[in-house]
Design a protein around this ligand. Structure first.
Ligand SMILES: NC(=O)C1=CN([C@@H]2O[C@H](COP(=O)(O)OP(=O)(O)OC[C@H]3O[C@@H](n4cnc5c(N)ncnc54)[C@H](OP(=O)(O)O)[C@@H]3O)[C@@H](O)[C@H]2O)C=CC1
Ligand SMILES: [Mg+2]
Length: 406
């Protein structure tokens, strides 16, 4: 970083070092984005990285082929410094309005914690093809959705919080963007596309959307991995999940992480409920009946009043929903995790969750959501937020002495 211009260097370092320390709840504030850095002022290392990012930005060849058909280019395997990639993203985004900084809220409640935290990010990033071709976000200018820039807003959010584990939905740029870049940042990735992705109906689509799961290879070892096509009352459905058992390299402790995206829209509540039951059954088997601690991230497309939510909340897996802990009584979900305006009107819903085994894990902190004022009158997505869903980020710790299963 010492070869970077000073103004760039200081503000980026602040943002990159795993975001701000957890602190008591406070009003989120606006972060000033460095003013118009030019690529050629960034020195040789950054130019090399810029060209890597630019290749990804412009590549159409890679996007048309699964990764095994694209010959591995040694330059593409070189590690990237997250700080430098963040600078590149911010250079691309220099005409965008400032993004809002969100703060981590400390939730430790004096639990002892000798192991390092596991930071998990849950995010429906909005499939590019759906955003441009299907979603009808009538208050969002089409220029705000340009992939070359929206991609950098997504990467900026990931780089700002630097999760150890990243659970994504609506990924339709896995092979050409997220897999190559995130692997160079040290992540191991898995992608499971939807069997009949609605993206394929959109002209100039980039392939099917699906769920993706990334974990940092220096922190975890993959023990096993399952791609699950969800069923509803024994029928195969168009929705999927990925479940992986990971072992912490430092502590040797194992846990299971799962990501899913359930069927959308009203009228499909029973279908979602059945998909949730199937996922819970799969997770029962994978965790050997809750012996292995579990974290489940997803866009459940269901409000907390729905049956599928109740199945998760009352399952014998003893799961709690992490974002409830941000509420005053610890019992209420946030008022929204997605907020958009379609031709049919305004949609503000709580649909995204991070469930965790409450006997084995504790939430040490959680990233606050954006306020209504920050989201703005045109709602999401926007020039300063890339998806119609907010990211959820939590720091987990293993309980020193696991509470008895209730
Ligand atoms: N290409 C092909 O050959 C085939 C394509 N299809 C397509 O797949 C679709 C069904 O797939 P399925 O997985 O069940 O879809 P879902 O109903 O689960 O929705 C798919 C996506 O649409 C988004 N969405 C939700 N509500 C709306 C809305 N009101 N307007 C626009 N988009 C919305 C969802 O986003 P979020 O989760 O963020 O709400 C979700 O990502 C069909 O509509 C059809 O277009 C189906 C069969 C074959
Ligand atoms: Mg969507």
């Amino acid at each position: 970083a010492d070869r970077e211009p000073r103004s760039l260097c200081s503000s980026l370092l602040l943002a990159v070092e795993r975001g701000p320390e957890p602190k008591a709840r406070q009003r989120s504030r606006c972060v000033t984005v460095p003013s118009s850095p030019t690529v050629h002022s960034m020195g040789t290392g950054t130019s090399r990285l810029y060209s890597a990012l630019a290749k990804t930005l412009n590549s159409s060849a890679a996007s048309q082929h699964p990764e095994y058909l694209v010959s591995p280019d040694p330059e593409h395997l070189e590690p990237i410094d997250p700080k430098e990639l963040l600078e590149e993203c911010r250079a691309v985004l220099h005409t965008r309005p400032p993004r809002f900084q969100r703060d981590f809220v400390d939730l430790r409640a004096d639990r002892p914690s000798s192991h390092p935290s596991i930071r998990v990010m849950q995010w429906n990033i909005l499939a590019q093809a759906l955003g441009e071709g299907k979603d009808n976000f009538v208050q969002c200018p089409i220029e705000a959705l340009k992939w070359e820039e929206r991609k950098c807003l997504i990467l900026e959010e990931i780089l700002a919080y630097q999760p150890d584990i990243l659970c994504l939905q609506e990924v339709d740029h896995y092979f050409d963007t997220f897999q190559p870049l995130l692997s160079r940042l040290g992540y191991q990735g898995t992608f499971f596309p939807k069997p009949w992705s609605p993206c394929l109906d959109v002209e100039h689509n980039n392939g099917p959307d699906g769920c993706a799961l990334f974990f940092l290879q220096n922190r975890f070892k993959l023990v096993n991995s399952a791609n699950i096509r969800l069923t509803a009352m024994t029928l195969k459905t168009n929705q999927v999940a990925i479940a992986q058992t990971l072992e912490c390299k430092e502590s040797g402790r194992q846990f299971c992480i799962a990501v899913t995206h359930l069927k959308a829209r009203t009228g499909w509540e029973q279908f979602r409920s059945a998909q949730g039951c199937d996922l819970l059954q799969n997770l029962q088997n994978i965790t050997q009946g809750a012996k292995i601690p579990l974290i489940v991230c997803g866009d459940f497309n269901a409000e907390p009043t729905e049956e599928v939510y109740k199945h998760f909340a009352s399952s014998s897996l003893n799961l709690n929903s992490a974002y409830k802990l941000l509420s005053a009584d610890g019992q209420s979900e946030p008022p929204y995790t997605t907020w958009k305006i379609r031709t049919s009107g305004e949609c503000r819903h709580t649909l995204d969750y991070i469930w965790y085994s409450q006997h084995a894990l504790s939430v040490r902190s959680a990233l606050d959501l954006l306020t209504e004022e920050q989201i703005g009158p045109n709602r999401l997505p926007s020039f300063n937020y890339p998806s119609d869903h907010l990211s959820l980020v939590c720091d987990f710790g293993f309980n020193e002495e696991p509470d008895e299963l209730l």
